[in-house]
Every structure is written in C-alpha cells, then in structure tokens.
Design a protein around this ligand. Structure first.
Ligand SMILES: [Zn+2]
Length: 175
C-alpha cells in the first residue's frame, strides 16, 4: 500500500464526472487499499477516487468515531443512491480537497445505497447520521460536485480564493 497525493480544489479532475468501474480487478483493489491508507493518514472519514486523480466511480469511507470502537473500512464501487428520505439533516462538512474549510450543508437524513465491493459482490444498505452525509458527499465527488457547490456564490468564491492561495504557498514550499 502507498499514500497517494490528494488533489486540492480547484482542479479539473475534481469537476469531472467519473466513469463506471467495468470490472473489479487487482488494479482497482490496489487503488482501494491506497485510498483507505491515504484517508486514514489524512485523517479523514471519506475519500473518492477523483480526489487522488483517478476518474473512476469508487469511494472509501469509515465514519466510526467512537473512541476505542473497531474501525469499519468500507469500499464502495459504482455506488448508486436508490432511495433518499424526505427528512433532511444539516452537518458541518469539510473535505480533504478543501483543507480547513467547513460549512453547513443540508442533505437527506437517510439514504439507501447499492454498490459492488472489492470481491465483486453486490450490496445494498441504508445509511443514517454521519454515514448518510459522508456517502452523499463522496458520491457527489464521482459526479464532479463539491460540498461548496451547495453554498451561496459569495462564500464559494471566498473558499476558492483561499484554495488558490494555499496551492501557491504549497508550490512555493515544494520548490
Ligand atoms: Zn470531499
């Protein structure tokens, strides 16, 4: 396993709709392993393939937050929301591609999602709480959508300007 660099907004790959994974093979399994390691290292609770520059419909997440609780690393390949609740929930969201920026986003409180796992097996499960928010945020990434796209234009532009500045600073440090 190895860490992969996380793309920072704004970057064309983050705004592009990702392609379905035609077949779960070793390349996909290696990508999933790398993404889990990268997510835990960041640390974060979710990461989508476009964030590491891969335009494939694959995401990883683990929203277990309780101290001492066993981790639940999940890999969702070709995930699809099959049902959303009418009830909405507001969470303060952040994103590994938009470091240190947080904002309230309203989304369906519960969703049902079907996906394929790393063994090629199909699953369907209902998510609520933080899991529901996280899986919707990550599926948005596969559709080229960021959480700041839900914010008012002024707030979004402010965050985008901060990211441009951050990237310049990081480029300078790396030089
Ligand atoms: Zn994100």
């Amino acid at each position: 396993m190895s860490l992969r660099p996380i793309l920072i907004h704004h970057y064309p790959r983050l705004k592009t709709v990702a392609d379905a994974v035609p077949e779960v093979d070793d390349t996909i399994r290696r990508l999933a392993d790398d993404m889990l390691e990268t997510m835990y290292d960041a640390p974060g609770i979710g990461l989508a393939a476009p964030q590491v520059g891969v335009g494939k419909r694959l995401l990883v997440m683990d929203c277990v937050k309780e101290e001492g609780a066993a981790p639940r690393p999940m890999v969702l390949i070709n995930p699809e929301i099959t049902w959303s609740s009418d009830d909405l929930n507001v969470y303060e969201e952040g994103c590994l591609s938009i470091p240190e920026q947080y904002a309230d986003v309203e989304r369906p409180a519960e969703v049902r999602v079907k996906w394929t796992d790393v063994d090629g097996k199909d699953h369907e499960e209902q998510f609520d709480g933080l899991w529901a928010t996280c899986v919707q945020h990550e599926i948005d990434h596969l559709d080229g959508k960021l959480f700041i796209d839900y914010l008012k234009p002024l707030k979004r532009q402010l965050i985008t300007r901060k990211m441009v500045k951050l990237k310049k600073e990081r480029a300078r440090e790396g030089a």
